[in-house]
Design a binder for this molecule. Structure first.
Ligand SMILES: C[S@@+](CC[C@H](N)C(=O)[O-])C[C@H]1O[C@@H](n2cnc3c(N)ncnc32)[C@H](O)[C@@H]1O
Length: 263
């Protein structure tokens, strides 16, 4: 599987993006939805492509047991440092240096597998999706966040770069420049839901992420009251058409039938 980039060199830029309001908004929207679909009691979660560990920490803080996997030693070290700084979470997080291709498939499956912000950097969505789906146990959840192919060009237009927007829209582009200045690839929610069904998972309603705010730069720094209003507006739009279709990212979720359930 060809990675579109090598994350050893972009860790610092990603961490800065993740902490900025734009990055935080994405984590708040996705984390809220993901946690709402998980049981209140602790479950076993795989965070595939954990990066610097934002979702790992949120899941562990909610009581879940998280395997945080990433092929990049630099990214994994960032997660490790953040976990060490929260000793109360230490026992709930296991670190694993592995890409999606290298994840062990022989152990006990997970109650939830999340793979956020990774597929857009990889060439083969169906192959990656198959490997992730295989790790979801009975009754378990698969949560995938990636770039929304349907909205490519929307950010460029909102930023006033009309020639770029027009080029992308006219050509039905499936790639564009992402947050880190790298070319990233998009997928559609419909295609991801179709893949879920192919792997015996039932799609739940998907979320469009960053509809009204994606044109901001990472130096966007709204006052706390404004941020709260933005978050609630984005949250409301994230599951409603037509707004969600223009989100920068799509968050799809799908559940495997519990063991013994009648088909
Ligand atoms: C943009 S970061 C996203 C990190 C985190 N999931 C988040 O949402 O904040 C992308 C991560 O994907 C990882 N990655 C790259 N190729 C991968 C692969 N083949 N399998 C799993 N993760 C990969 C990178 O090392 C990087 O940490």
């Amino acid at each position: 599987m060809g990675a579109l980039t090598d994350f050893a060199t972009v860790g610092t830029a990603y961490a800065a993006h993740s902490r900025a309001a734009r990055g935080r908004l994405r984590h708040d929207l996705v984390g809220r939805r993901l946690l709402s679909e998980l049981p209140a009691d602790p479950v076993r979660v795989l965070d595939a492509g954990c990066g610097d560990g934002e979702m790992t920490l949120r899941l562990a803080a909610a009581g879940h047991h998280v395997t945080a996997a990433d092929p990049s030693a630099d990214m994994l070290a960032r997660t490790a440092r953040r976990v060490t700084a929260r000793p109360e979470l230490d026992q709930r997080v296991r670190l694993l240096q592995a890409g999606i291709d290298e994840l062990p498939t022989t152990g006990e499956p997970f109650d939830a597998v999340c793979c956020h912000g990774v597929l857009m950097y990889l060439a083969d969505t169906p192959g990656s999706f198959a490997r992730l789906a295989a790790l979801v146990g009975a009754g378990g959840l698969l949560s995938v966040l990636t770039k929304n192919r349907s909205a490519i060009g929307f950010r460029e237009a909102l930023r006033g770069d009309y020639p770029a927007a027009r080029r992308l829209i006219e050509h039905g582009a499936d790639t564009s420049i992402g947050n880190l200045g790298l070319v990233t690839r998009g997928d559609t929610a419909d295609e991801l839901d179709r893949l879920a069904a192919e792997h015996d998972l039932t799609p739940l309603s998907w979320q469009g992420v960053r509809v009204f705010t994606d044109h901001h730069d990472d130096d966007w720094d709204p006052a706390p009251g404004t941020y709260a209003q933005v978050l609630e507006t984005e949250w409301t739009a994230s599951t409603r058409d037509p707004y969600r279709r223009l989100g920068r990212l799509v968050h799809t979720l799908a559940r495997r039938e519990p063991a013994g359930a009648t088909p």
